[in-house]
Design a binder for this molecule. Structure first.
Ligand code: SF4
Length: 307
């Protein structure tokens, strides 16, 4: 049953003499569908009868999310509804016609919520101070209310793998916490399930998909806030690492799914105080005096041991 969430070989098999570029696009589509389908399965994101509210901002990520979910909806083993929702915050220059036109053309259920949070934030936050915390708090409250009014059971957001990694490092560097961005959670008001079906998807694939699908992108800097400066720096750090050590992003992302509380220092997650001798040898156990061995980048099978 789960397999139906993934790209179907028969349905998606490329034509025999497809030009290279089309094959690449086809591969990209298959990968996106497979990765989103896998996240949905792994975290039980969407269930029978769900009404999924897809928050669409006009950025490449939320367009991509909506697009891939609509594709998966057609082949999913369960029935669920998709409702696209956009919040028009009345930022100066926001082209309010673009999303309704796009969504109407898709022929799907959608809702545009217009709330002038921009004026409120401008009025309340002193000039030069960051507006984002109040802005996003207001946005959250509005979206939760809209979700209730539309009888939504899941709220889907367009955060992807690289957002999740950046959040992990932001929390570590600035918050002193090992804390990322969960693929599925209960909202801060306790009343909604929020899902991130793009959790496994690389940002560069969403960039390529947006170009391929020619989404009518709305620029995200209309509010003029400097909010994401630190996030941008972390993003650059991750891209630089990836350039220098290809595959590092994937390894980092895998590490978020392989947590070993006994080898960290949070006593609330591991009962260090009451550790007892087991008398049993464990091949995977800690080697105590020896450092871990890691594969040498780019040289399969070679191990590096730090002395
Ligand atoms: S960047 Fe602008 S729109 Fe986004 S949260 Fe900050 S103030 Fe709001």
């Amino acid at each position: 049953m789960n397999a139906v969430w993934k790209a179907s070989e028969a349905q998606d098999a490329p034509a025999p003499r497809e030009p290279k570029i089309e094959r690449e696009v086809h591969k990209l589509e298959k990968r996106l569908c497979r990765q989103v389908g896998q996240a949905i399965i792994d975290f039980n994101m969407i269930e029978e009868g769900d009404r999924v509210m897809v928050c669409v901002s006009g950025g490449k990520d939320s367009y991509g999310l909506l697009d891939i979910l609509l594709k998966l909806q057609k082949r999913a083993p369960i029935h669920f509804e998709i409702i696209a929702v956009n919040l028009d915050q009345k930022q100066p220059g926001f082209p309010a016609h673009i999303l309704p036109e796009y969504l109407a053309k898709l022929g799907i259920e959608y809702h545009i919520e217009t709330q002038d949070t921009y004026s409120i934030v401008k009025k309340v936050v002193p000039e030069g101070k960051t507006m984002c915390s109040l802005c996003s708090r207001l946005r959250r409250g509005i979206l939760y209310r809209v979700a209730d009014e539309l009888k939504i059971s899941k709220i889907a957001l367009g955060h992807h793998r690289d957002d999740m990694l950046a959040t992990f490092f932001l929390n570590m560097f600035f918050g002193g916490k090992l804390k990322g961005m969960p693929p599925k959670l209960v909202s801060d008001d306790g009343g909604h399930i929020v899902i991130r079906p793009l959790a496994n998807v690389a940002e560069k694939d969403l960039v390529r998909w947006a170009a391929q699908r020619q989404f009518p992108i709305i620029p995200c800097s209309l509010c003029g806030s400097q909010e994401n400066l630190q996030r941008q720096r972390i993003g650059q750090m991750l891209r630089d690492w990836e350039k220098q050590y290809p595959g590092r992003t994937e390894t980092l992302f895998t590490s978020l799914q392989n947590v070993v509380p006994s080898h960290l220092m949070d006593a609330s997650h591991y009962d260090f105080k009451n550790i007892k001798i087991t008398g049993q040898a464990d091949v995977d156990g800690d080697k105590v005096f020896d450092d871990e061995a890691f594969p040498l980048p780019g040289v399969a099978g070679v191990q590096v041991v730090q002395l």
